[in-house]
Ligand binder design. Structure first.
Ligand code: HEC
Length: 73
């Protein structure tokens, strides 16, 4: 899911998105708690589109969040 959907923005930091693997960009976001990140990823948050703009189950979005958070911790 990351490579198919989230990669477009989060690999390059498009629209000001936190870059994959960038601990500095992710630290303050991770500090908000994973439940908040799940909610923001599923429902959208500023320029972050709901589910990255894809029609996928919530669980797959959560898995992608887990993957991104693990790479940045
Ligand atoms: C169209 C570009 C785009 C796509 C596609 C995208 N994101 Fe984002 N994402 C953003 C932007 C921009 C932000 C920063 C929003 C802000 O902080 O204002 C962001 C922020 C986030 C955050 C942090 C939210 C927070 O509370 O700080 C998470 C988690 C996230 N994205 C997960 C994902 C996941 C998972 C996917 C794939 C399913 C995805 N994103 C796809 C643009 C995108």
């Amino acid at each position: 899911v990351y490579n198919a959907v989230c990669h477009t923005c989060h690999t390059a930091g498009l629209l000001g998105s936190p870059i994959f693997g960038d601990t500095g960009a992710w630290g303050p976001r991770i500090a908000k708690g994973k439940d908040t990140l799940y909610t923001h990823a599923i429902n959208g948050f500023n320029a972050m589109p709901a589910k990255g703009g894809a029609d996928i189950p919530d669980e797959e979005v959560q898995n992608a969040v887990d993957y991104m958070v693990a790479e940045a911790s």
